[in-house]
Ligand binder design. Structure first.
Ligand code: NAI
Length: 331
């Protein structure tokens, strides 16, 4: 029998937590033959709902679930964790000032970094979902120096999947026949969804998407704005922010990281920059990555046109500003 993997979910009593906990417990993240132990963390005010989730997990009689720790104690939550999915944070709706949101969340990520540094497994893989996702991950990297920096990532897979969905709908093809979109940069409105390298499957092999889109203009205008405003559109329709699609994307991110990306395919992940494509080293920036044997690497050698260059630099600039704002909040 396989040794169980311990997965931490912070902010587990929240919306995305509600959606992702059953996915993990049923093998969507790590596969149908991988036993898991769940560590669920939330704050004192959410202790009751956390208890409720724990009761439901018991009632679901799940064969893969070998243990549950539901706690408001950060140290207990981080103990021997192999994978950490960080959803916990103050929701944007209650905090209107960006600086206030940033300062609240970066101090949470500093504290959680210190706990992970001390108590998590040495090769723990971390996925930060909570906003500002890239900058929270950057702070986490700074305050958990013994966790390899390649193990600290943030979620841009939701944006990646959204782009595939938009293209599929527009071209009336199935989403599984399209690949290699790229989300560059920050998980924010400055993100750049790049379709220059997208291909789709035809009877005659892989063809560039641009050959199939009569309306190239759409890709440079409406497509990009739809992408940038999709989060807001979901809130308007659902009266709540995306939960199921965010949970799905987080499972996709971890699954591909652990098991690898299919040959010839890449995905978008927020990872620390090594200077590839002229992005300042050390930023947590979304790149196209391939994964193999539990490790990601940035796809090299893609041609970048002038339009892309400007978009990639603009989102990097925003991340640099966020970083200095975050650091000033921690002083
Ligand atoms: P939510 O507000 O429903 O849940 C957040 C949970 O975190 C709450 O249960 C809250 O009590 C808990 N929490 C607050 N402080 C905490 C702390 N110090 N330790 C542990 N838990 C704490 O929010 P939702 O909808 O589940 O979203 C979670 C985060 O993910 C938000 O920051 C949201 O902006 C972000 N998000 C990111 C996406 C991405 O693609 N990167 C997509 C969708 C959401």
């Amino acid at each position: 029998a396989k040794i169980p993997v311990t997965v931490l979910v912070t902010g587990a009593a929240g919306q995305i937590g509600d959606a992702i906990v059953p996915m993990i417990a049923r093998g969507i993240m790590l596969g149908p033959d991988q036993p898991v132990i769940l560590h669920l963390l939330d704050i004192e005010q959410a202790a009751e709902s956390l208890h409720g989730i724990r009761m439901e997990l018991t009632d679901a009689a799940l064969p893969l679930l070998k243990g549950v720790v539901a706690t408001t104690d950060i140290v207990e939550a981080c103990k021997d964790v192999n994978i950490a999915v960080m959803l916990g944070g103050s929701p944007r709706k209650e905090i209107t000032l960006r600086k206030h949101m940033l300062s609240t969340n970066v101090s949470i990520y500093k504290a959680q970094a210190l706990a992970l540094e001390e108590h998590a497994a040495a090769d723990c893989k971390v996925l930060v979902v909570a906003n500002p996702a890239n900058t929270n991950a950057l702070i986490l990297k700074q305050f958990a120096p013994s966790i390899p920096k390649k193990n600290i990532t943030c979620l841009t897979r939701l944006d990646h999947n959204r782009a595939l969905g938009q293209i599929a709908e527009r071209l009336k093809i199935h989403v599984s026949d399209i690949k290699n979109v790229i989300i560059w940069g920050n998980h924010s409105t400055t993100q750049y969804p790049d379709v220059n390298h997208v291909t789709f499957t035809t009877r005659n092999g892989e063809r560039p998407i641009r050959e199939h889109v009569a309306d190239n203009h759409w890709l440079k205008t409406e497509f990009i704005t739809t992408m940038q405003q999709r989060g807001v559109a979901i809130i308007k329709a659902r009266k709540a922010s995306s939960a199921f699609s965010a949970a799905t994307a987080a499972c996709d991110h971890i699954r591909d990281w652990v098991f690898g990306t299919p040959k010839g395919t890449w995905v978008s992940m927020g990872v620390y920059s090594n200077g590839s494509y002229g992005i300042p080293p050390g930023l947590i920036y979304s790149f196209p990555v391939k994964c193999e044997k539990g490790k990601w690497s940035i796809v090299q050698g893609l041609k970048i046109d002038e339009f892309s260059r400007a978009m990639m630099d603009a989102t990097a600039k925003e991340l640099i500003e966020e970083e200095s704002l975050a650091k000033s909040c921690l002083e």
